[in-house]
Design a protein around this ligand. Structure first.
Ligand code: FBP
Length: 545
């Protein structure tokens, strides 16, 4: 029997809030036919059975008998707070339709479906995981579901277990794969529906239909608590500059949200770096000048938030990565022994990209050149950008000192907040949002939908007023180059420089840089006044203001 903390025991009794529309029988109201966000002709040709379906919204309906059915669930990709609540929402939703229905969880990600590794999620097991962080009830993995052999292996176990629908909880890549699987099973008339759920702490799976991906709220609140604590330490000791890298593989949504919550002296936004075509030297000069300006006021301390994906957005490095990706995608490259790979890729780079490659510290160059996750992404969480930047800032300040442009002391501390937040116990927002997403998925299944993502909208309103429904995944797709080939993928949402969250940040950052305006958010609270416990992120509030 696992030992539980008092908080875990008390939290297990929390009853997540459900939108009124889902509290009883539902009716699906369908909108007009939809189009993909880009490359419409190509996406339509690739998804003839699941393209163009309408957006669905649930309203109150009439009670009707629901025949028995079983459902499978998969957790895919990086952990995000609230995954267990999606499962408990789906579990309760499926059981409410017919208590005989069963829920099966495939183990350790999509690989569990392919390798037929699964468990039945029983009521006792489910109760052990309600309102907890992590994905450990069934585990997660990054196996890419994209080969016919995998789909065929999957259908065997789905049939054996009498599974009518599969729910895939994942980010943009995993939901792209869910859509491909839905199309394949529809084309083959296999009678298995596939539904996606928008997960990722990165916050980059959002668009006109998805307001936020789950886990972003809790992860940002957890990092912001830690950043606030560091700011208070920094402001007390007054002797360190803290370089804090926060997760978010590509987009800077996490960095921006943490900055909005904590008001650091500096926060870099990768999307702005790219738009302004800033070089690494320019970024370093910007930080060094701020350090010097604060030092001139006698403040030899500060906080810098750095988005994990920054390195990929620096234009020269972005071009280098694109060429590296193409070079690494060939069969010839795959056959090269690991110890010879660096020399191999160097021989395949253009002179400009080779010069960029050679200018990078060896460790960073190695990370860019070698390791990719199964979706072909650079593993940016392994690159120590916070150390790279502080080292370069230190050198720049030494030069400035010689030129008489800087008088002060510079001493740096480094932090990386990523894994610390991905499995935190979900905030009330994520607990309610995730439970609703899962419950809603059961309704999409009951009304026969496939190739849809479960969506909950109007999330800045009280949970009772949230809008529940489904969006065809093809609606979010366009073609992008992956591993050297054009592929249909869900368009990633980057920070919009003309969006309200960035504009608010940009309007205030100079003040935050020179004057110390730290805000200390404190830890996530589960019980207490609603303005403390039930608030969505600042990003969501500004976007929906
Ligand atoms: P997902 O997009 O799968 O949700 O994962 C997000 C993330 O947490 C990124 O922020 C981070 O770069 C990456 O996963 C780390 O991957 P890993 O868990 O494999 O170390």
């Amino acid at each position: 029997m696992p030992v539980k903390s008092n908080l875990q025991i008390a939290r297990a009794a929390y009853k997540p809030k459900l939108p009124v529309a889902l509290q009883g029988p539902v009716k699906a109201v369908e909108g007009a036919a939809t189009q993909s966000v880009g490359d419409q002709a190509e996406i339509k040709a690739l998804f003839p059975n699941t393209y163009g379906m309408p957006v669905v919204e649930f309203t109150k309906g009439e009670a009707a008998e629901s025949p028995r059915f079983n459902v499978g669930i998969i957790l895919s990709g990086g952990q995000a707070p609230g995954g267990h609540n999606v499962i408990s929402g789906l579990f309760d939703g499926v059981k409410s339709l017919n208590p005989e229905n069963k829920l099966y969880g495939f183990l350790m990600g999509p690989g569990g479906l392919v390798d037929h590794k699964y468990i039945e999620i029983t009521p006792e097991l489910m109760d052990d995981y309600r309102n907890t962080g992590g994905f450990d009830i069934i585990g997660s993995g990054r196996t890419k579901l994209e080969e016919v052999d995998q789909f065929e292996s999957g259908i065997k176990i789905l049939r054996e277990l009498g599974i009518k629908a599969l729910v895939i909880i994942g980010g943009d890549d995993s939901n792209t794969n869910a859509c491909v699987l839905a199309e394949y099973y529809a084309a083959k008339n296999y009678g298995v529906q596939v539904i996606g759920c928008p997960k990722t702490i990165d916050g980059d799976l959002k668009n006109s239909q998805i307001e936020t991906s789950f886990g972003f709220d809790t992860a940002c609140k957890t990092y912001s608590e830690l950043i606030g604590n560091i700011e208070r330490d920094c402001n007390s000791a007054r002797k360190y500059w803290h370089f804090i890298k926060v997760m978010g593989r590509s987009a800077s949504h996490i960095a921006l949200e943490c900055a909005l919550q904590t008001q650091p002296n500096i926060c870099l936004i990768s999307e702005e770096v790219e738009a302004k075509e800033q070089s690494l030297d320019e970024i370093v000069a910007y930080i060094a000048n701020t350090v010097a300006a604060r030092a001139a006021q006698g403040n030899n301390f500060g906080t810098v938030i750095i988005p994990e994906g920054l390195i990929e957005f620096i234009p020269a490095i972005k071009k280098l990565i694109a060429e590296l990706n193409d070079a690494l995608a060939t069969d010839e490259a795959k056959a090269v022994a690991r110890e010879d790979q660096i020399e191999y890729v160097k021989a395949h780079l253009s002179p400009a990209n080779l010069a960029t490659f050679n200018s990078l510290p060896a460790g960073v160059a190695r990370q860019l050149a070698l390791d990719r996750d199964p979706h072909g992404n650079v593993q940016v969480s392994l690159i120590e950008t916070e150390k790279l930047l502080s080292e370069m800032v230190g050198k720049k300040l030494a030069e400035m000192k010689k030129e008489g442009k800087y008088v002060g002391k510079f001493s740096a501390q480094h932090h990386f907040f990523g894994y610390e937040g991905r499995c935190a116990a979900p905030s009330n927002f994520d607990a309610d949002y995730c439970y609703s997403l899962g419950y809603n998925a059961s309704r999409l299944i009951a009304c026969g939908k496939t190739g849809y993502m479960s969506v909950i909208k109007n999330t800045t309103a009280p949970a009772a007023d949230w809008i529940a429904g489904g969006v065809p995944i093809t609606m979010m797709m366009n073609l992008e180059k992956r591993s050297g080939k054009m592929k249909p993928v869900i368009r990633k949402a980057l920070v919009e420089l003309d969006g309200a969250p960035f504009k608010y940040f940009a309007a205030n950052r100079e003040d935050w840089a020179l004057n110390t305006r730290y805000v200390y958010p404190g830890s996530i609270q589960y019980w207490g006044p609603t303005e403390v416990c039930d608030q969505p992120t600042v990003t969501l509030k500004l976007e929906h203001a």
